[in-house]
Design a binder for this molecule. Structure first.
Ligand code: ARG
Length: 536
């Protein structure tokens, strides 16, 4: 790196010019070495107001040589202007001032520069040296010392500056890194927020798709229902020919329009169940919605004048409730029906049964459009929020029904399989918890059996009592009890706040203690159940 030359300034009186020139010559080796720069000398223009002007070079010089002589001290400019300026810069560390005694000066020791290092050595004025060259040589040595010190100082300063620059650079790099890290963090946060948004949107979409899918499945099931009903009825286990049920009394009042409608519609759901001297009514589920049956006036008349109890069920659930046509007419019979009749009778009421899809049962109760539901329904916590339940009257287990030899025994074994469940049943809820399963919710149990046989689903989750009946009627199927799942007991459901549980529960208790319930369990689900015997 090219070094800045050391600038030397001569401050002297005009009268001493010859001595100044000699000194100049003595310093020429330093000039030649490229250490000090061209001399600066003030150029005083005759008559100019120079008192005001201080030479520009005087203000920038690194070394100021004061050539002391009586004339210097006498000169107003040298003594009163340049000397104080030089001393000021020396004290401020901006320049090195080197006083050189050219000639003897009376009392110089009391002048301001006397405290500085004076040359020649011993403060012997140049003109008093016996050999003038020696004197200038001595002065030259002194100036060299000053130059060396200056160079050292410069070196130090440069080092300090470099260190400072390095520090600043390090600081900048650090700040850049921090800024970069901050930006990266910001970008990361933005990315995460974006991802979260996308995820939320995807989930919403997924939910919507699932809802659409479900709606579509319900629609399809609905559409196939009519077509399958005929076939399904053939595969349902044959109904027992009511050996213990009192014969259904003759139809007293056919609603002609309803009957015709029903016949026209084919095999929609059908109801006919009567206790005592009651009027028989027919409701076709294909007429819904709106549901045709009426509630017992918001349950109020129940405690008073009304004589009928309206039960809703899904008669697709042998042997809890299913349609029996063996007698030539269609009738809903089963375990639940027997219990309902018993309870109605005990309470001096007639019973009307309405057959609707399982998924509609709770909404119908909730809307108080039926007095109670018996449908092998399990009192789950979710349902308890919407409806009230009686005591449990029957405990059952869940099973996996599949083609013979499929050997599906655990929930785990259903992973990756297409599995049927009844829409709205607890089996659907249980199946939803099995990871990796593809659910096929269907409206009717019969449909599930059809789907398995046709190979459109690989299995179905069905209660054991039901499974037994279906297996008996379809030897190409098998079932396995799922040990790990929750028990699937059945209870009677009522609209929330209904007074009926208080009337029903004591009868259920009575049936438990007097053996009636046991008898009905044997009749409908027992090994020697005539229904099962007939089926196998
Ligand atoms: N126990 C199961 C449930 O409560 C299934 C009942 C199905 N009943 C019927 N009649 N299909 O969800």
């Amino acid at each position: 790196m090219a070094q800045k030359l050391i600038e030397v300034f001569f401050s002297y009186s005009r009268e001493d010019k010859p001595l100044r020139d000699k000194l100049d010559i003595h310093l020429s080796s330093l000039k030649r070495q490229g250490v000090i720069s061209a001399w600066h000398d003030r150029q005083i223009v005759a008559g100019s107001e120079w008192e005001e002007e201080i030479d520009h070079h005087m203000r920038t010089a690194d070394i100021i040589l004061l050539l002391i002589s009586p004339n210097f001290v006498n000169s107003e400019y040298c003594y009163a202007i340049e000397l104080p300026e030089a001393m000021k810069r020396h004290e401020a560390g901006e320049a090195s001032v080197v006083p050189i005694l050219l000639r003897p000066v009376v009392g110089w020791k009391n002048l301001p520069f006397a405290k500085l290092q004076i040359y020649p050595s011993g403060a012997k004025p140049i003109t008093q040296w016996s050999n003038e060259d020696d004197a200038f040589f001595d002065v030259g040595e002194g100036i060299q010392v000053a130059v060396k010190q200056l160079l050292q100082k410069r070196g130090q300063k440069r080092q300090e500056q470099e260190q400072e620059q390095q520090r600043i650079r390090a600081e900048e790099i650090w700040q850049q890194r921090e800024e970069q890290a901050r930006q990266e963090e910001q970008e990361k946060q933005a990315r995460l927020a974006e991802q979260a948004k996308i995820q939320a949107a995807e989930q919403l979409l997924k939910k919507q798709r699932q809802e659409q899918l479900r709606a579509e499945q319900v629609r399809q099931a609905e559409a196939e229902k009519a077509r399958r009903a005929e076939e399904a009825r053939r595969t349902a286990p044959p109904a027992k020919s009511q050996p213990t049920i009192k014969p259904v009394p003759p139809i007293i009042d056919w609603n002609r329009r309803q009957v015709l409608q029903w016949l026209g519609l084919g095999s929609g759901g059908l109801v006919l169940a009567v206790v005592g001297k009651s009027v028989l009514e027919i409701n076709s589920s294909t007429q819904q919605p709106p549901l045709q049956f009426s509630p017992s006036q918001d349950l109020q008349p129940l405690l008073g004048s009304s004589n009928a109890l309206t039960m809703a069920t899904s008669a697709d659930y042998p042997h809890y409730e299913f349609i029996d046509s063996s007698s030539g007419k269609e009738e809903i019979i089963g375990f639940d029906v027997d219990i309902a009749k018993y309870i109605a009778e005990k309470n001096g009421k007639t019973l009307q049964i309405n057959n609707i899809d399982f998924i509609e049962l709770i909404p119908v109760l909730h809307a108080k459009r039926a007095d109670f539901v018996m449908a092998g329904m399990t009192p789950t916590e979710e349902r308890k929020k919407i409806v009230d339940f009686s005591d449990i009257y029957y405990e059952a287990k869940n099973t996996i029904v599949a083609k013979k030899g499929a050997n599906l025994k655990t929930a785990d074994s259903l992973k990756g399989k297409k599995v049927g469940v009844q829409l709205g049943s607890i089996q659907e809820r249980i199946a939803k918890k099995i990871p990796g399963i593809t659910l096929q919710p269907l409206n009717r149990i019969n449909e599930m059996v059809q789907e398995i046989k046709a190979g459109r689903i690989e299995a179905a989750i069905i209660e054991d009592t039901m499974a037994k009946g279906f297996i008996a009627a379809n030897p190409d199927l098998e079932f396995n009890v799922i040990l790990s799942t929750e028990a699937a007991g059945s209870a009677i459901a009522f609209p929330k706040g209904s007074p009926l549980p208080a009337l029903f529960n004591p009868v259920l208790q009575e049936m438990k203690s007097n053996g009636k319930l046991e008898e009905l369990v044997k009749k409908w689900f027992g090994e020697d159940s005539p229904a099962l015997k007939k089926a196998s």
